[in-house]
Write a protein that binds this ligand. Structure first.
Ligand SMILES: Nc1ncnc2c1ncn2[C@@H]1O[C@H](COP(=O)(O)OP(=O)(O)O)[C@@H](O)[C@H]1O
Ligand SMILES: [Mg+2]
Length: 317
């Protein structure tokens, strides 16, 4: 496997107010293979932005090392940083007085891209990002979603193979968030670039990330493939809606482990979280004893949000 980023035992302590030391990262290590969307997740204050800034050389770690495509961020800084481009948290890396076209031209030029290729590439990027119509308007007049899309386009025009995006969908409406997600998928699939993204939004994670690292209080609590994490936490969960129950049936059902009973409009809802499928038979026996009508049976889908909460819950315990 082709590894594009290696983070090795990264540790960072900030000196906070009144001389208080804040341990933001504690011996974080992970590797990112080429050509995937890699999620760096964790609650507020976990250390995500500190990690991203350390990779970009903007934060000086106390210990540990980072290499980007084999170049060390500290010892071979220029070579390492030439491999990557970033959109930092809440900061659209674009000039507000310039137009989208001018921003693309400017950022391509400072990265030394050749003008001949850009004559084709810039109109293509504007088109793909839905910015052709606004190509000649000052950026400050564009919507937040369009500004964010331009910020992403600017990272692409630099030609760097690795993109670091800190909360790229934060504050965007649903439509813009979907558009950004499909653009990211396309970049990775068609161009074999690598995207490292931090986000709070577990829908974004489940939708586009192949692999995640979860950080909590400066330490890694999970480092795994998304599908594997979902499988690991996959509990068989069922919801049944049934008719009226006799007091005896209610007592019988309440004795079944991992079963919750709640009144609904015309009867009861039974929720079962279980590792052992025989529990469902027990519940069905109780219902069958009075021939209680079963109105619906559905299997609950496990989403990544739940996995995330379980992992963090486990980390705190
Ligand atoms: N410049 C700074 N000075 C002092 N403390 C900081 C600074 N930047 C971040 N921190 C602290 O470091 C921890 C990690 O922050 P950060 O990396 O921004 O987390 P995240 O991006 O996951 O929300 C937090 O406790 C935060 O308050
Ligand atoms: Mg952050």
């Amino acid at each position: 496997m082709d590894i594009v980023l290696k983070v090795n035992n990264l540790t960072k302590t900030y000196s906070g107010s009144e001389g208080k030391q804040v341990r933001a990262l504690e011996e974080i290590s992970f590797e990112v293979p080429r050509g995937i969307i890699f999620g760096l997740l964790g609650p507020n204050g976990a250390g995500k932005t500190t990690t991203i800034k350390s990779i970009c050389g903007l934060v000086q770690p106390d210990a540990g090392s980072i290499s980007v495509n084999g170049w060390d961020v500290q010892c071979q800084r220029a070579k390492a940083l030439a491999q990557l481009t970033a959109v930092l948290e809440g900061n659209r890396n674009i000039y507000w007085r310039l137009t989208p076209r001018e921003n693309l031209e400017f950022f391509a030029a400072i990265r030394g891209r050749k003008p001949r290729r850009l004559n084709r590439e810039i109109p293509e990027l504007l088109e793909v990002f839905g910015l052709t119509e606004k190509a000649n308007q000052p950026v400050r007049k564009l919507s937040r979603g369009m500004q964010q899309k331009l910020a992403l386009a600017v990272t692409l025009v630099t030609g760097a193979p690795i993109l670091l995006l800190d909360e790229p969908t934060l504050g965007l409406d649903v439509k813009a968030s979907y558009e950004i997600r499909s653009l990211l998928r396309r970049i990775v699939q068609e161009e074999q670039r690598t995207v490292i993204i931090t986000t709070h939004d577990m829908n974004v994670v489940q939708d586009i990330c192949q692999h995640v690292v979860i950080i909590n209080e400066g330490r890694i609590v999970a480092n795994d493939n998304i599908q594997h994490l979902l499988d690991l936490f996959q509990v068989r969960s069922y919801d049944l809606v049934v008719g009226q129950l006799t007091p005896g049936q209610r007592t019988g059902l309440e004795q079944i482990p991992h079963l919750r009973l709640e009144p609904v409009n015309s009867g009861w809802q039974i929720s079962l979280d279980m590792e052992n499928p025989t529990l469902l038979w027990q519940a069905l026996d109780v219902l069958g004893s009075e021939q209680t009508p079963i109105e619906s049976v559905s299997r609950k889908e496990l989403n990544f949000e739940k996995v995330f909460m379980e992992i963090l819950g486990g980390a705190k315990a």
